[in-house]
Each structure stands twice: as C-alpha cells, then as structure tokens.
Design a protein around this ligand. Structure first.
Ligand SMILES: Cc1cc2nc3c(=O)[nH]c(=O)nc-3n(C[C@H](O)[C@H](O)[C@H](O)COP(=O)(O)OP(=O)(O)OC[C@H]3O[C@@H](n4cnc5c(N)ncnc54)[C@H](O)[C@@H]3O)c2cc1C
Length: 428
C-alpha cells in the first residue's frame, strides 16, 4: 500500500520505519531540511519506560501555588493567556484527580512498555548507535515527603512489571558517584532500572538512513498546507511542492497537527508545551552524570549523552512563541550546578534550545483511526514522545496493515474525546 507520513520528527520517522518493514511504499513529508529538527531535536534524552507520569496529577494545582510563591516555578504561564492556553489549562485541571491520574498513567505505561520492546527490536534489526546507555534512571528527592508521594506510584508501576528500587543517599551515590557534592542534602531516590538514555536526534537520523535503505522517500523543505477529502476519505495532501496522493495517510505533525487537522473538522486537544535544554561538554567523568537524574523538586532532567550532558526542563505555556527565555537558561544552569557542580567545561556556547512538546491534557498520545477511512493519527506524545516513539510507530504500522494490534487501543485513539464521535458529514 502507498502510505504518506506527514511529519519527520521522531514519531513520523519511526512510523515510516515500521511501515516500510511491513512492506509498504512510504513517503514522508516535512518542511525542515532533515529529520528531527523540531521537538525531537534536543530533548532531555530519557527513554523513561518506568518513569512515565502524566503532567496532570492530584498535587499539581497545589504545586503551582507553591512554585509561584517560591519564585522558581518549573511551570511558567504567560500573563497574556490565549484562549488556547486557557482551554489547555482547564482540561489539564480536569485531569488533576487520583482517578484520572491512575487511568492516564496506566495508558502511558502501556505504550511505554510496548515501546521498549519495539526499540529492542530495532536494535536487533540493525546496528544502531545513538549514544545509548542502559543504566536505568534516578528520580531524586530532597525530603522524605517527596519520597512518600513517589511511593504511591510504585503500586501502579508493579501492575506493569516496571522495576524500581528505593535508594538512600548512599545508594544514589553508588549509581551516580558525581552526586557526592550533595550527599548530605538529598533524601534518596527511586531508580528505574529498566530506563535507557540516548540522543533522540541521532536515533532519528539512524532510522532515517535505514529508511532510505528500505526505499522510503523523504520530501524535505515541503510545507503541508491542507488535507483534501472526498467521500469520507482523504484524497490528497496539498503542499508547497504540489499535491501528494496515497492509499493511506498518517499525521505526525507534533504540536502543529491541529493546524492541519482542524481544517477537516478533527479537533485534537494538542497544546505546544514549550521546554528548554542546554548541552554541555563533560569535564571529568567522575563528576559527571552517568545516566538520567530527574530532580523531582525542580523538575529538571540531567542526562549523560556521550561526552556531553543535556539539561532540560520547564513547562512554558506561551503558545508558539519561540523566544529563548533568559530566565529558563538560568534555571537550567542552576539545575546542573546544584547537583553536578564540577561536571562540565565552562563554555560560552551552551547550545540553548527550545522545543514544543505536543501535549494532550491527559498526557496520552493519540494513535489510531479517524472518522476518515484512510486517515490515521500518531501524535500528541507530550513530554515522552522519544520514549513512546518505537511502540507508537509499530502500533500505527500494524493498524494500517490491518494486523491485530499487539496492545489494546483502549484510551489511546481519538475516540476517548467526546468530540471525536462525530462523522465527517457533520463536521460542516
Ligand atoms: C525540553 C524537552 C525535553 C524533552 N525530553 C524528553 C525526554 O527526555 N524523553 C522523551 O521521551 N521525550 C521528551 N520530550 C518530548 C519529545 O521530544 C516529543 O514528544 C517528541 O519529540 C515529539 O515528536 P513528534 O515527531 O511528534 O514532533 P516533532 O519532532 O515536532 O515533529 C513534527 C514534525 O512535523 C513537521 N511539521 C509540522 N507542521 C508541518 C507542516 N505544516 N508542513 C510540513 N511539516 C510540518 C515539523 O517540521 C516536524 O519535523 C521532550 C521535549 C522537550 C521540548
């Protein structure tokens, strides 16, 4: 079958890989010059199979107040809020209760768990190097209250056979010796032993090269303007390079998915939650992080990627404003200095970067069919798109091929949103 994949981020690229593997004739369209140039470019680098949590949690509203008072909030909201921002915050708030948290977390874990298997399958398929490490990740706590809160999550994790280990400060130092400067300040941590780390940009490029070998066609520097429909099906995609036609279409346009989908009546609740990262050269291995450390209080992730350290975080609700915010740079620098003060070379080039996490209010991506018979979605992966990419790509390919999905679609496809129960005819 001829399949057109819209978007060449990590989601579109892995979709193309699994579709090509299943024998389809695949073309990928993207406006950028190569793969993974937007949200997938310089993310935190954690493959958080165990440490998978929704943004909306019962404690979030209280935390927002607490952060606002402390003047060091990892969640920043622009004072001139747009309607889209208000809608996202309201929908997020509706998910801030124990029941939704557990449901959302279970759905995310279902995809994350499957994604780990799919990623290992990719690694078995061909020799792929994305400076990957398989040393687990460490969720770090500064006081016992934070530990007690995290313990509640362990029962959900056990349901999914996610391995985790509670560590005292000494235990944290054993796996991350560079933390010795804060040994007396930290309360402990949870190690997710099955988490991996790696560079998402490198991964996407390696998959891209393999896709080329498998005959996938990439159309870069091509702006997608609209989707044309006829008789409840997509008939063409209109781009800056003309019309593209296929038997089947998949949308993985990240935060921009709604711009195109809303034109044909599909309203996905995806909001661009802006985040930032810096990437620094390692100075001394003994002082540097070995894997991912998630500073739970400050919501900053620090990851070792080859001979560099990536520091990422901040959730900034400011629509599609691409400005590199000086205060966010400061927070990230403080994040690394607080935990690994002697780990990186002093440099003027911090590789300060920003990207938009394509976020749904329930933090679960939207994968599966739409009311249009030949249109599929693989989008809305939020804070964990890199983690969920391989499983999402494989799930999508199985659905398009008509094979039985290997995990349930319950709560993953767009039918979980009430507005999705409309048919193309009444989209008006
Ligand atoms: C600071 C930060 C840290 C993160 N850390 C992690 C992490 O540690 N682990 C993790 O799992 N995830 C992490 N994420 C999330 C992860 O990076 C995203 O979920 C993931 O990259 C989304 O991939 P995507 O392919 O859906 O979107 P994108 O990578 O944004 O890809 C969408 C593509 O669509 C193209 N496009 C859009 N509109 C058009 C158009 N009209 N015409 C043509 N092309 C178009 C874009 O050019 C782009 O290439 C982080 C994100 C951020 C911002």
């Amino acid at each position: 079958m001829k399949v057109l994949v819209l978007g060449a981020g990590v989601i579109g690229t892995t979709s193309a890989y699994f579709l090509a593997k299943q024998g389809h004739d695949v073309t990928v369209i993207d406006r950028q010059e190569s793969v993974a140039m937007e949200a997938s470019h310089a993310n935190a680098g954690c493959l958080s199979y165990g440490f998978t949590s929704p943004l909306a949690s019962p404690g979030l509203p209280f935390n927002i107040l607490k952060w606002a008072l402390s003047g060091r909030s990892p969640l920043v909201v622009n004072p001139n809020m747009s309607i889209e921002t208000i809608k996202f915050m309201y929908r997020l708030y509706k998910n801030c209760n124990s029941k939704s948290y557990e449901v959302n977390k279970s759905r995310m874990l279902r995809i994350a768990n499957y994604s780990q298997k799919a990623l290992l399958q990719i690694e078995a398929d061909f020799d792929i190097n994305y400076v990957q490490r398989k040393q687990g990740s460490l969720q770090l706590f500064w006081d016992s209250k934070e530990i007690d809160k995290a313990k509640k999550d362990i029962s959900i994790l056990e349901k999914f056979n996610i391995k985790s280990e509670l560590l005292d400060p000494e235990g944290c130092l054993k796996i991350e010796p560079g933390l010795r400067y804060v040994k007396n300040q930290i309360a402990g941590g949870i190690q997710f032993t099955d988490d991996f780390t790696g560079n998402c940009y490198l991964f996407s490029n390696e998959i891209y090269k393999k896709c080329l070998e498998m005959g996938v066609n990439f159309e870069f520097k091509t702006e997608i303007n609209a989707i044309e429909t006829h008789n409840n099906a997509v008939s063409a995609v209109l781009t800056s390079k003309g019309e593209f036609k296929a038997d089947c279409y998949s949308v993985s346009l990240g935060s921009h998915s709604n711009n195109i989908l809303s034109q044909i009546g599909i309203q996905t609740p995806i909001y661009p939650v802006k985040g930032y990262s810096i990437t620094l050269p390692v100075l001394a291995d003994k002082d540097a992080p070995q894997s991912t450390i998630m500073d739970e209080r400050n919501k900053i992730a620090i990851t070792r990627l080859g001979d560099t350290i990536r520091v990422a975080g901040i959730a900034h609700l400011t629509d599609f404003n691409k400005e590199l915010r000086a205060k966010s740079l400061e927070s990230l620098k403080q994040g690394i200095d607080r935990l690994f003060p002697n780990s990186y070379e002093q440099t003027n080039d911090l590789n300060f970067w920003t990207g938009f996490r394509p976020s749904t209010p329930d933090s679960t991506p939207i994968i599966g069919p739409t009311p249009y018979s030949n249109l599929y979605l693989n989008t809305g992966h939020g804070t964990l798109g890199w983690t969920m990419s391989a499983g999402s790509g494989k799930l999508l390919a199985n659905l398009i091929s008509g094979s039985e999905p290997e995990i349930s679609l319950e709560g993953i496809d767009m039918s979980r949103y009430s507005f999705a129960n409309r048919t193309p005819q009444n989209y008006g």
